[in-house]
Design a protein around this ligand. Sequence first.
Ligand SMILES: Cc1cc2nc3c(=O)[nH]c(=O)nc-3n(C[C@H](O)[C@H](O)[C@H](O)COP(=O)(O)O)c2cc1C
Length: 470
Amino acid sequence: MSASVLSTSASFSVSGTPASWPQVPRRIASRLAGISESELDYRAKLVLAPMVRCGTLPMRMLALQHGAGIVYSPETIDRRLVRSNRVENVVANTIDFIDSDDGTLNLRVHASEKSRLVIQIGSSDPENAVKAALKVANDCAGIDLNCGCPKKFSIVSAMGAALLSEPDRLCGILTALVENVPLPISAKIRMLETTEKTIELAKRIEKTGVSALGLHCRLRSERPQDPGHWEIFEPVATALKIPLIANGDIFSLDDVEKLKKIAPSVSSFMMARAPESNFSIFNRNGPISPTAAIIEYAKAAVKYDMHFHNCKYVLMQMWPASQKRNNTKNKPLSSAPPRLNPNETHQNEEKEVELPPITNLSKSKSFRELCTFIPGLTEVLDVCETERAEKSAALGKLDLARKESAAELGPECPYVPKEDIMYQVKRSSAGLVDIDRNTCGDVTVGEEDSNCAAPVDEQKNERKKQKPSD
Ligand SMILES: Cc1cc2nc3c(=O)[nH]c(=O)nc-3n(C[C@H](O)[C@H](O)[C@H](O)COP(=O)(O)O)c2cc1C
């Protein structure tokens, strides 16, 4: 038997795996496909929630350094991953999934996060979901299906929260993932109108064989500023055998302790807006100051060679002036939650400095400009630029690499270093490569554009191509 077990030529039905596919135990399938096995344990973890735009590589790495046990990637739409090429970026030392259509960076991951990284996909179709998951399966520890995004872009494409009203489709995608992807699979849902309905759906999802369920305690119709419903967690958690990951309105480790008392059967705790403001919220010794977090973030963005505009967007959310704007109705979002032990200073903490008004940040157009008000950034930028120039020069001698890279990357890739000689394309082992370029379909959104804020043109395209499901 060959790696074609995991090829994607067979046709799927909404109810799950195509009958034509042989049933191969997951361990054997993973070996055949050259995918390393993952034993991701979803219990007793603080989890960085999936966040388009914000949950890119620097945020995930920093969250892990500061105590997160699992980090989720931003949602990436299945077809965007399917048509991506996996590229080892030997200059930035990352693994990049580059869109074969336009050369944009759809996802960037780092080998050191692999054992704790869950990649979230947006999908309305079992076949595309499996293809997308297999594309990234060697670079993460688990795959999550987004079943909660209420944005129009997702709904018209029958993805995200639209799946909540189509449980057959939802469970069909999960079944296909469980049967064909040799990694733990999870789903992230929102609660339904009643506790009974939520439990019913959760149990159906559990039956597909998923390893965990994330539950955002809001209805599809509710917005972030509406109070979450923590009371949903305990009855759902007790109805399930798999770990339940609670999500919604958890803004500090104090909140985690409070929620543990209200919902003792919950396994793990997922946060989004709190780490969006300060990724060190997971730190058992208390978070570092907002200023120190901003400085660390900017340095990490340079280190991982992120696109400046992505970095600037995240810094805008972290800047102290943004915190008031982010307040929720029921709970003010604390930009600088008190330390658990006020005498303890975090070892990485920078000396407190005064940050300029946010307008200075919004006007800046490059990392160099940020150096004028982010202490220590100049040194990091200088070192990184020198290292990259040296590596590029060394790689430049490899004519073969240059040709291959130019062919793979396309003309413009906004996230990655400009010189195409910076890449050596390394094809991974059988199975992952075979599924390249099969169904390069519609324009969808990826890490930078996000499903939640898809450019208007893309949304229009998507609507023309997809029929609304509800
Ligand atoms: C900037 C931002 C981006 C988000 N992107 C995603 C996403 O890609 N996938 C997803 O399932 N949820 C996404 N969410 C929702 C969060 O994961 C989470 O469910 C929600 O914010 C509630 O958690 P919180 O109260 O801790 O913020 C996003 C939220 C924010 C604030």
